[in-house]
Each structure stands twice: as structure tokens, then as C-alpha cells.
Design a protein around this ligand. Structure first.
Ligand SMILES: [Zn+2]
Length: 422
């Protein structure tokens, strides 16, 4: 007869801790009894896991609001008042940093925006300085007394997730070959993770946004560049080396503009917010930014309808490619152009219908993404911290494992090319 150790095996303990986190992520604040019920384990098992998570700072316990019947019950939640994480967005023109609760709620008053510096060294320098403002200097307690548990970085371009290194970024080339998570983590003594920006958006929409509970959807980011991220059967498709989703660098215009990647006529040179801004700047004869365009349009000084339609038609091509290739149930489109014209979604859907394979189109909803890149950066570090409770589940820095196959798609290249060249 074998004698069972009195000590709970380490892996089992970690799995229980992760299950507690999953319940609170899915359900919001819960009593211990509710967590126990959801997990289907014994109360002592939950108590042990909860105690470890309270010690780690990931959870906190608070009094439920009075309901007038006896003393208030204690509830558990992902830490929001006692600890925080930070999210950093690196983008072509501007970087942003923000603090958030472990429940993903952004602390909007803490947001810092700063121009993207000209060199990588300066970027690390500037970010470290701003992080210290939000996280405090020595003991990693913020000015408001919160413990900072980690920093998530959203970065565009191709990222080697395994080694947490930027490989090739057409829009922020200063990050090529660099490892900002390692460099900042070392410098700040903070757990730090690097996540590709469209993957991060996808996670944010799934964990905190409109994609909650959706297992098959695509996120098309058409802001600075054009990127794609896909959840299929509940898993993020990463491709062989985690480089999947670079739809923006598929050439679509034979005599188009030169792209940041060095080629000509890439999809992102015509179907992104950046392309629209360039188009409007050309019309006005001076360089304008998207914020200025939004301001001019809302005051009636500018009506960029033609430029908007042009960008939208190209965007529809991107959406049709995604629908034909991947057969998602929903495509979320992340673009600020919808702020300019509420009717733009209708035009996008009508144009997509014209281009996509009909059965796949009829099966798919096209919606405006609500998640932001900041929420993506925050989602990245929260997933990293919660997934790292079980070491075996972190081959891609807390992102889902590889999923080796795409559903069969209809990729009508001949038609795409002939239409484009016409
Ligand atoms: Zn390109």
C-alpha cells in the first residue's frame, strides 16, 4: 500500500490556484463558497489556493455591500485596490502607459502619453522613468500605496515570443532585434512580458470586451498598420513561430505606395487609419493628424467623405480575405475611422458582402472592436501572471499554444489580383 504524502503535490496546488483565478476572471467577485461550488472541490482545497493567491497579491478580499440581513459577507476578487499592473503601448508616433487592476480595469487618470523617441536606448530610458512615476521607486509601491506586480508591453511587428524579441517592425523599426521586456524588466526589477499588439487586442476583447465567451473570432487591427489575430476553437492561432497574422504586408496594388516593410502597395498602405490620414493630408496640402481630422470634421470644417469611402473599400477587402480564409463567426475591426462616421460600418459590411464568399459571409458578423491597445497590454501581463501559476502552460509567454491547422478556406487569389490590377 502506498502512503500518500501529507503535502499536496506542487502541480496540483498550482492548478487549483489557476482554477480559482479562472473562476474570478469569468464570474467577477465571488464568495469562497461560490468559488468552491464552481470548482467542484472541497472547501480546504479552495482555502489553501486562496491563501497562496492572497499572499501573492493577485487576489484581495473585501466586504460585500450591506444587504440589511446580518453581517456583511466577505467576497474575493482579482486585486484592484491593493495591487496593480502596468500596460505599455509602443506605437509609431506615440507611446502610452497606464495602471490597471488585476481585473483588467484601467485607472484612466494614470495614463501617460509621450512621443516615441528616435532611438531604442531613449525609449527604454523614457519608459523606465514613466514606470517609476506610476509604480514608485524602491519598494515597487506606487504613490497611492499599490503594489505593482508587472508590466505588459504591446508592440507592433513580428515578435519572437519564445525569446521575447522584436524581429521586424515596419512601423517602429527601432525595436528590431531588441528585447524591451527583458531590458525594462531587469532595469525596473519588475515581471515584464512582450505581446504582439494584435494578439494583445484579441486577448483584451476576449477577456474584457465583446468577445467574452466567443471561441471563434478574428480581430483586424487597421490603425497604424494592418494586423490580424484569430481565436479558433478557443485558442489563439500563432503559426509555426508565432508570426501569424501579418495580413497588412500582402501586396494589393501593383503601383502603390512604398510600405514600411520596403515593398510596394501592401494592404496597410491603403486600408489603415494611417493611409486615410495620408490621403486627407494630400487633399489639404499639409500634414494633419487623425485627432485634427476628427476635430475639423466635427466642427464641419472638413468633410473627408471621399477619403473615408476609399479607405473603407480597401478595408472591406481585408475583411473579405479574413472571412474567406478563416471562416470566423465574428470579425472585429479596430479602426478610429468609425469615430468619423457612424454609417461607415454599414458601408463596410455592404462592400464586404460584395467581395466575400457568400456562405462564409452570411455566417459571419462584422463588428467594431471596442478593446484598446492599452487594454491589450494590460491583458497580456495579467494573462502572464495568472498563467505562470502553472509553469507548464507558458511556452509563448502566457499566450495559447500553437494550433497547427486552419479551417479550409476559399482564397480566390485570381479574382483579388485581377480586380486590384484593373
Ligand atoms: Zn509592407
Amino acid at each position: 500500500m502506498t502512503v500518500r504524502s501529507a503535502r499536496q503535490p506542487r502541480l496540483l496546488r498550482q492548478l487549483n490556484e489557476r482554477s480559482v483565478l479562472r473562476v474570478l476572471q469569468a464570474e467577477g467577485p465571488c464568495s469562497r463558497a461560490e468559488v468552491t461550488r464552481q470548482m467542484g472541490v472541497t472547501p480546504p482545497t479552495v482555502s489553501k489556493a486562496v491563501a497562496a493567491l492572497l499572499r501573492s497579491g493577485l487576489l484581495e478580499e473585501f466586504d460585500a455591500p450591506e444587504n440589511g440581513r446580518g453581517r456583511p459577507a466577505k467576497l474575493l476578487r482579482l486585486a484592484n485596490q491593493s495591487a496593480q499592473v502596468l500596460g505599455l503601448v509602443i506605437d509609431a508616433a506615440e507611446c502610452q502607459l497606464i495602471a490597471a487592476g488585476l481585473d483588467g480595469e484601467l485607472k484612466r487618470s494614470t495614463r501617460i502619453r509621450f512621443a516615441t523617441p528616435a532611438s531604442y536606448e531613449q525609449l527604454v530610458e523614457d519608459v523606465a522613468e514613466h514606470v517609476r512615476r506610476l509604480a514608485g521607486r524602491s519598494d515597487r509601491k506606487s504613490p497611492s500605496g499599490l503594489k505593482t506586480l508587472g508590466l505588459g508591453i504591446s508592440m507592433p511587428g513580428l515578435i519572437d515570443h519564445r525569446h521575447q524579441r522584436g524581429l521586424l517592425s515596419p512601423n517602429v523599426p527601432l525595436t528590431n532585434g531588441q528585447s524591451p521586456a527583458a531590458d525594462l524588466g531587469q532595469r525596473l526589477g519588475l515581471e515584464t512580458v512582450l505581446v504582439q499588439e494584435t494578439h494583445a487586442l484579441c486577448m483584451a476583447e476576449r477577456y474584457y470586451g465583446q468577445a467574452r465567451g466567443l471561441d471563434d473570432f478574428a480581430m483586424l487591427d487597421a490603425t497604424t498598420g494592418v494586423g490580424l489575430s484569430v481565436f479558433s476553437h478557443g485558442r489563439l492561432l500563432t503559426g509555426h513561430r508565432g508570426l501569424a497574422g501579418e495580413i497588412g504586408h500582402v501586396p494589393v496594388q501593383a503601383a502603390g505606395a512604398v510600405c514600411g516593410c520596403g515593398r510596394v502597395g501592401c494592404l496597410e498602405t491603403v486600408a489603415s487609419d494611417t493611409a486615410f490620414v495620408r490621403d486627407v493630408s494630400r487633399r489639404l496640402g499639409r500634414a494633419v493628424g487623425l485627432d485634427e481630422i476628427l476635430q475639423l470634421a466635427s466642427s464641419g470644417q472638413l468633410q473627408p467623405a471621399r477619403q473615408l469611402q476609399r479607405a473603407c473599400r480597401w478595408l472591406a477587402r481585408a475583411v473579405a480575405m479574413v472571412i474567406n480564409l478563416l471562416n470566423p463567426a465574428t470579425v472585429f475591426v479596430h479602426s478610429r475611422l468609425f469615430e468619423l462616421d457612424p454609417g461607415l460600418l454599414g458601408l463596410l459590411i455592404a462592400e464586404t458582402e460584395r467581395l466575400a464568399m457568400r456562405p462564409s459571409f452570411l455566417d459571419c458578423q462584422v463588428r467594431i472592436a471596442r478593446a484598446s491597445k492599452l487594454e491589450g497590454a494590460v491583458a497580456g501581463i495579467i494573462q502572464h501572471l495568472t498563467d505562470s501559476r502553472v509553469p507548464a502552460a507558458r511556452p509563448l509567454a502566457g499566450i495559447a499554444n500553437h494550433q497547427g491547422h486552419f479551417p479550409a478556406g476559399d482564397w480566390n487569389v485570381e479574382r483579388e489580383v485581377s480586380e486590384t490590377d484593373a
